[in-house]
Write a protein that binds this ligand. Sequence first.
Ligand code: ZN
Length: 264
Amino acid sequence: MTSHSTLSRRFAATFLLASAVLFSGFASADDTSKAESVDDSLSVLIITSGCCHDYDFQAKAIQMAATKAGVEAKWTVVNDGGKGTQAEIDFYGDEDWAKPFDVVIHNECFAATTNPDYIRQITKAHHAGVPAVVIHCAMHTYRDAEIDDWREFLGVTSRRHDHQSHYPIKVVAEDHPVMREYPAAHVSAMDELYIIEKVWPNTTVLATSKSERDGKSHPVIWTNQYGDARVYGTTYGHSNETFQDEVFLANLVRGMLWAAGRVE
Ligand SMILES: [Zn+2]
């Protein structure tokens, strides 16, 4: 969706420029820059609310990190549904809720919401090609649901987490475009380690951390292909300290750009 509209806009701009040259026989440098200044900004939706985390702070931190990385974006933040573990957000009630967006960031936390129709209204849009970023408690959202659609969309299944600690992060796919600038030896801010009980078939694990309880490694950064959509995920993101960690934020922005097809 993104690349098509961007391409068609670029084509239109090129066509206009060519017409101007054809009919006037001359285009100044000013004319050229005007013709090429197409709107390439990213339209980003952040869905963020529910239990246990400081979503206002986190949503602002994501936007500031993108700006710092030079990303031009138009942001829509939906913080609805309260601070509990169960809610159905009105925003998803619109059949075309995802249409205006190049990428959707899910940073919500509603473990006890189980309505299959509601969940599929969300996953359906992504399956049709709307890219996504999934953060921390998104992995425990719809945890009590019987259907697996959301978990397949995420690319991992998780139902619990270990205690908060500073977890060393081991990069296991250093050549992946999302990880190219990631330091070899980074340690998480104070955060929870999510226990991953299943990695779905279209998931590529990019980085892992070890449980301090049993030494088992768990994916903490990954990508997934869900239908026609790219998904970037990270289970870190509990604390505001994590949303002040430059490495975490830069990787999140890079993951968002990769999901949206802007980094290859
Ligand atoms: Zn948390």
